[in-house]
Design a protein around this ligand. Sequence first.
Ligand SMILES: NC(=O)c1ccc[n+]([C@@H]2O[C@H](COP(=O)([O-])OP(=O)(O)OC[C@H]3O[C@@H](n4cnc5c(N)ncnc54)[C@H](O)[C@@H]3O)[C@@H](O)[C@H]2O)c1
Length: 313
Amino acid sequence: MVMVGGCASVLAGARARLSLLRRGVLPSSAAARVRVLGRTQPRFLATTQERGGDRVALVTGGSQGIGRATVDKFLEEGWHVVNVDTDNTVFSELKDKASRNNRRIVNIHADVADDGVASDAVSRTVNEFGQLDCLVNNAGILPVDTVRPAHEYSLENWHRILHVNLHSAFYFSRAALRVMVDQHEKTGNPGGVIVNIGSVHGLQTAHGVSAYAASKGAILSLTRQLALDYGKYGIRVLAVNPGTILTPSVRRILAAYDETEEDAGANYPLQQRAGKPSEVASVVHFLATDGASFMTGSHVEVDGGITIVGSWE
Ligand SMILES: NC(=O)c1ccc[n+]([C@@H]2O[C@H](COP(=O)([O-])OP(=O)(O)OC[C@H]3O[C@@H](n4cnc5c(N)ncnc54)[C@H](O)[C@@H]3O)[C@@H](O)[C@H]2O)c1
C-alpha cells in the first residue's frame, strides 16, 4: 500500500509539474523529468501560449539584415533559435549572443532554395528542442544586376529569385506544418505560427523587378492559402511587408545607384527615413506571440507609410 501510495504521489507530483510546465512555469528540463516517470505524455508538451521561455523559432536568412535582427529579437525575448543561412561568417557571434541570453541557437549552413534543406532543418529543430513554435520565412534576394525590363530578363535570374524568395517559403512551410499539425493533434493546442517576410513590392512595384515582384505577390497569396487551410489546427500564418530597410542588400543597391541612405528615405512619410531591421523584427516577434492570437492570413506593412503614398520611385 505504501508503495502504491508512493507511486500515486510521485505521479501526482509529475502531473503537477506537467501542469506547471504547460503554464510555462517550469523549464523544459522539468519535461524530461516528467517523461522519465514513464507515463504516456504528448511529444510536444505545451502550447505556443504556454511554452514560455522555451519557445523555438526557425528563421531563414538569419545571419544578416532583417533575419539577423529577428534572430536577435527572438533570443532577447527568451526563445531558442535555428538559423539557416548561406552566410556562416557570423555563426560564432550568434552562438555567443545566444549564450549571453542563456538561450541556444543551431546554425545551419545551407541554401534554402535546395528543397532537401527545409525538412532537414525542421528535423534538426525538433531533435534539438522537441518543438517548433514559429517559422520565419525571411531569406530573400534582389541581386542588383538583375534589375531590367522583362524582355531582357534572363531565365536563370528569374528561376533563382523565385527559388530563393518563394519556393523556399513553401518548402519550409510544408516541413514546419507537418510538425505544427502534429503538435496540435497531440495537445489540442494551437500548432504554431508562420511569418512570411513579403515586401511592399507584393502590393505595388518599381521598374525592372519582375521576378522579385512576382515572388512577393505570391508570398501574400501563399500566406492567405496556408492561413485558410491550417486555421483549424490553430496555426496562424501571416506576412510582414517591409518598405526600404537599411540592410546589407539595400546598401549594395544604394551603392550601385550612387544613392545615400537619406535618398532612400526621402519619399517616406514617416520622418523621411528608411527603416531599421530591428523595426521589422519587433513586429515579426509580436506576430509570433499571443498578442496576435486572432491574427491570421493578413499582412502588416512595416513601411514608414510608403504604401499610402502609392510609389517610392
Ligand atoms: N531590406 C529591405 O528594404 C526589404 C524590403 C522589403 C522586403 N525585404 C525582404 O526581407 C528579407 C530580408 O532582406 P534583407 O534586406 O535583410 O536581406 P539581406 O541580403 O541583407 O540578408 C538576407 C540574409 O539571407 C541570407 N540568404 C540569402 N539567400 C539565401 C539562401 N539562398 N539560402 C540561405 N540564406 C540566404 C543572406 O546570406 C543574408 O544573411 C527578404 O525576403 C527581402 O526580400 C527587404
